[in-house]
Design a binder for this molecule. Structure first.
Ligand SMILES: [Zn+2]
Ligand SMILES: [Zn+2]
Length: 755
């Protein structure tokens, strides 16, 4: 027998090895192996097992890693699709489906020493006092970790060993599973009776799951390009506070009843202990009891190793995790949930540049599982797919417990800028609202966009923003060259000396924005008695910082919580009655066709933090372009209205969701070489892309952050509906091209970040 192996070193090729007799029966598709390659020993994954090979004189496999094959055939198939669609080498795709600690097996199971009393035969011996004390302790506990015993008894391992020598106790080495949430006390919860909207959504999800059939009938594998029996994708569109999680929990229960498992993806930032507890609590007891495994980047590699193997062994039927949890070896898989499906953190920003939501949909189709995408502000892609009949929409239009949606006021900052000297941080209206909350003992959340500064040009007096005449995106302001440039088509113009708006002509047109630190300082001056806490990447460095600050806020020890994206979602504090968004324009005028969508989502999510208790919430949105549709539709909580106007803008320009985008970025230290290579690539693409009816190629153009880290970057953007086909053409084209040594090319299919 021979095994075909994909090696971890990037060669875009697989190699055959013989399976020596000692490994017979141990090597299967998905097994991790160590094999000789030239003079080296390298790791790889078996992708096929066959009777014979075209190659004579095969080298044998050196070592088999792990008891079970690590990559299941289904996940292997998913990885193959991933490599093809996202234009990356198959070994890179394969690498991403296993956590590093599992792939390398360096973490391994942790063995720990346990101490137990043994039955005493005959008369109990007379012991020295120290030994007697230790024995008493062990006897009382029956079983105790050696390390714990040593601390507790104030003794040494030597003393304990003496008891072992006398045959009074036994010390054994056993696997102690790491449980990252082991210290939490989890109280079981029972299903809540769903309201009519929740019940209707659940009925449809369950019916689709039933159509897939029970465990035995499952595993219907579909041919490439078509969906397996029973797969279906739903968009659960529910306003903030509408009880989406309860729908998830009851759908998961249904999967368990069918003898299947479930994967729940949440954005990394929402993976708070509270979120995890909600899932663990529901399935911690009762007939559907199962382990809930958690996979995310804040676990130690040992914890990740143990959590992963609990899934592989089938002991944990439910997996909750960030992006990469979509590759968890749950089998059979009945349900995939992608919460906050519009979140951009589902996209991996290095190769393989996959989008976990799209991988989830593909996995569901391949394995006959039901996929539920949940959001209060769906991505335009998902909403469009519902309109096209590809997904089914399920609506939760009201908040549970009849809470009202918060009242949103938009504050025109141009007015405030005209009255004072330059734009203030707090408008008089927001200042007044904060004062009221402090007097009433209610809490406030203040939000400032992560960037805190702007790379666009905006007039603070009239709100004018410079846009590209061809692409309808904001022009990027290049300080050093004093020019404005479009990074999609390459259009460039000089920075105007005064605001081009005829009625304005403001000479101080450049408004740079401000950071959270500055806002904190101003807050301290305006409200010297208020207890303010700042939450951003600078203040939340340690693992526990985030949790502690939120704990303090919940306990009422903080009056005003000031933060970035970190506080935008998922938080539920009944005493928060005011939310202030300092500069809504910061998200709005990014050089990206999704800037409006992102602003709409952000404003809706942040607003959703207000009024989660008995008192109605109030939101202040401060903006220099208060009449922008993204702001106005968010103010009215009108997603459909926003969707319709946004589609009117995107359709003629062939932006997603009516088509798909591939972004090619060339990067190097020498600008001439990068620009030359980009032109060369563009000419090749014109030739190879000729077969596509709807292909739009824009660029090359300098990237918005042109000289990031001393690298020059040029981009070419391609748009087409036929992305799977284009991916293959791109892979072929790029294979044939050669670039100067110091110029690198990155291909990003369905990019979410254009800067
Ligand atoms: Zn102006
Ligand atoms: Zn342009």
């Amino acid at each position: 027998m021979i095994a075909r192996v994909s090696l971890e070193i990037a060669l875009r090729k697989e190699f055959d090895y013989s399976i020596p007799p000692e490994f017979a029966g141990k090597v299967d598709v998905g097994t991790r192996v160590q094999v000789p390659f030239g003079a080296r020993k390298v790791l790889g994954i078996v992708t096929a097992v066959a009777e014979e090979s075209a190659v004579v004189k095969l080298k044998p496999i050196i070592k088999v890693i792990g008891e079970q094959s690590l990559v299941t055939p289904k996940v292997l198939r998913l990885a193959r699709w991933l490599g093809e669609y996202y234009c990356c080498a198959p070994e890179v795709a394969l690498k991403s489906v296993l956590p590093e600690s599992v792939r390398k097996e360096d973490a391994g199971w942790r063995e720990r020493l346990f101490v137990r009393v043994l039955p005493v035969a005959g008369e109990f011996p007379k012991l020295p006092k120290r030994q007697q004390d230790v024995w008493n302790l062990v006897e009382e506990r029956r079983e105790i970790l050696l390390a714990e015993l040593v601390t507790l008894a104030g003794t040494t391992a030597g003393t304990v060993r003496k008891l072992e020598d006398r045959g009074l106790i036994q010390i054994t080495s056993e696997i102690a599973e790491r449980d990252p949430y082991g210290r939490e006390e989890i109280l079981p919860t029972l299903p809540i009776v769903p309201n009519p909207a929740q019940a209707a959504a659940l009925a449809k999800i369950k019916a689709a799951m039933d159509a897939a059939g029970p465990k035995e009938a499952a595993a219907g594998e579909a041919a490439a390009g078509e969906a397996a029996k029973g797969s279906a994708t739903f968009l659960l569109y529910g306003v903030t506070g509408s009880g989406k999680t309860e729908v998830y929990l009851q759908a998961i229960a249904h999967a368990l009843e069918q003898g299947k498992g479930a994967i729940i993806l949440v954005p990394e930032i929402s993976l708070t202990p509270q979120t995890v507890e909600r899932f663990k609590a529901r399935f911690s007891s009762g007939p559907l009891q199962t382990l809930v495994a958690v996979l995310h980047s804040h676990l130690s590699s040992g914890e990740r190793h143990d959590e992963w193997h609990k899934i592989r062994q089938g002991r944990a039927r439910i997996v909750i995790g960030a992006r990469s949890a979509i590759f968890a070896p749950v089998e059979p898989l009945g349900l995939i949930i992608v919460d906050e499906e519009h979140e951009h953190t589902y996209k991996q920003e290095e190769a393989p540049r996959y989008h976990a939501r799209d991988v989830a949909i593909m996995r569901g189709q391949m394995e006959g599982a039901v996929t539920v995408l949940g959001s209060a502000t769906p991505s335009l892609e998902s909403y469009y797919n519902c309109e096209q009949g590809k997904f089914t929409r399920l609506d939760l239009p009201e908040r549970v417990d009849n809470q009202k949606m918060p009242y949103v006021r938009v504050v025109d900052m141009r007015q405030a800028a005209r009255d004072g000297q330059g734009p203030p941080i707090f408008s008089p209206q927001l200042k007044e609202a904060i004062t009221q909350r402090l007097e009433r003992g209610e809490q406030t959340i203040l939000f400032l966009n992560r960037r805190g500064y702007s790379n666009s040009l905006q007039c603070p007096k009239c709100g004018f923003v410079a846009n590209c005449p061809n692409c309808s995106v904001t022009l990027t302001y290049h300080r050093a060259e004093q020019k404005l440039a479009c990074h999609i088509c390459g259009h460039a113009e000089k920075v105007p000396p005064v605001c081009p708006e005829p009625k304005c002509k403001n000479p101080a047109i450049r408004f740079a924005g401000t950071g959270t630190q500055k806002v904190e300082a101003v807050l301290a001056k305006l409200f010297p008695k208020a207890r303010v806490s700042r939450m951003d990447a600078d203040t939340m460095k340690r693992k526990d910082d985030y949790r502690r600050t939120l704990g303090d806020f919940r306990a009422g020890k903080i009056d005003i919580l000031l933060g970035t994206q970190m506080i935008a979602k998922g938080l539920h504090f009944p005493n928060v009655t005011l939310v202030g968004i300092i500069y809504a324009d910061m998200a709005l005028h990014q050089p990206d066709f999704r800037a409006g969508e992102r602003t709409f989502q952000l404003l809706t999510q942040v607003s959703g933090r207000a009024g989660r208790g008995d008192v109605e919430g109030e939101v202040f949105v401060q903006a220099f372009t208060p009449f922008h549709p993204a702001i106005q539709y968010a103010r009215r909580h009108d997603f459909t209205g926003f969707y319709e106007q946004e589609m009117e803008f995107r359709t003629p320009l062939k932006y997603p969701p009516v088509s798909r985008v591939a972004l090619l970025t060339l990067k190097g230290r020498n600008e001439d070489k990068v620009a030359f290579s980009a032109d060369h690539l563009r000419r090749e693409l014109d030739k190879t892309g000729a077969g596509f009816k709807d292909l739009v190629i824009a660029g090359p153009a300098p990237a918005p952050l042109l000289r990031a880290e001393n690298f020059y970057r040029y981009q070419i953007m391609l748009r087409t509906r036929a992305m799977s086909r284009l991916s293959r053409v791109l892979a072929d084209t790029v294979q044939k091209l050669t670039f100067p040594d110091d110029v690198t090319l990155a291909i990003d299919i369905d990019p979410v970040n254009l800067s």
